[in-house]
Design a protein around this ligand. Structure first.
Ligand SMILES: CC(C)(COP(=O)(O)OP(=O)(O)OC[C@H]1O[C@@H](n2cnc3c(N)ncnc32)[C@H](O)[C@@H]1OP(=O)(O)O)[C@@H](O)C(=O)NCCC(=O)NCCS
Length: 174
């Protein structure tokens, strides 16, 4: 299993800056006859998406199902019953949200699907956030521009440190 790409962090400091792009900016995605479902995919489909883009799946499907069940909000995109994309939100549902697993299969990329997923995610967060709610995500390398337009700040800045992550299996106590 390959390790996920090393992320750079992008975090929106204020919920008030949510920006959306109009799907009409993009070419004819309706030609694909996509179905957007606001629910997580099955554990198998989730693993399939992650494996296809090189992040690797998880060994135990029951673990995956438990994790997906705890998702706050998820958009899954299907074509003819087959999963082609997803994105989800985890967090406490009020004060802190993290955007996770935004994935579009390579052959479906650059058609506006990722933007549609993010628009739905940002609408969900907008509807549940309070003043100063914190929204975070870890961008894959080279995907920062995709998130810039939704109002996220690239870290580090003069005032904010870099994002940090840890994959369990590498846990250390000092
Ligand atoms: C990042 C990712 C989710 C974006 O999904 P996507 O469906 O390609 O996103 P969109 O099509 O909405 O936008 C991607 C780009 O294509 C452009 N685009 C959209 N429709 C287009 C079209 N019809 N013709 C040409 N370009 C188009 C957009 O302007 C956008 O450019 P930008 O990123 O410079 O702003 C996708 O690349 C992906 O799954 N990558 C692998 C996993 C990953 O890295 N996920 C992010 C982890 S944080």
């Amino acid at each position: 299993m390959r390790d996920p790409p090393v992320p750079t962090s992008l975090q929106a400091t204020k919920i008030n800056h949510i920006e959306r792009r109009e799907p009409k900016d993009f070419l004819m995605i309706e030609d694909l006859e996509l179905t957007y479902v606001e629910a997580p995919p099955t554990a198998e489909k989730y693993n399939y998406l992650r494996q296809t883009i090189g992040w690797g799946g998880y060994a135990d499907l029951a673990d995956v199902a438990r994790g997906l069940q705890a998702t706050l909000f998820c958009v899954s995109v299907y074509q003819a019953g087959e999963i082609v994309a997803m994105g989800r939100v985890v967090g406490d549902g009020v004060l802190v949200f993290y955007i996770q697993d935004v994935i579009v299969l390579p052959e479906y990329q650059k058609r506006g699907i990722g933007t549609q997923i993010m628009n739905r995610i940002m609408a969900y967060i907008d509807a549940h956030a309070v003043h100063n709610t914190y929204v975070g995500l870890m961008s894959a390398i080279g995907k920062e521009a995709f998130y810039d337009k939704f109002g996220f700040t690239r870290r580090p800045t003069d005032n904010l440190g870099c994002g940090m992550t840890l994959v369990v299996g590498c846990l250390r106590r000092v």
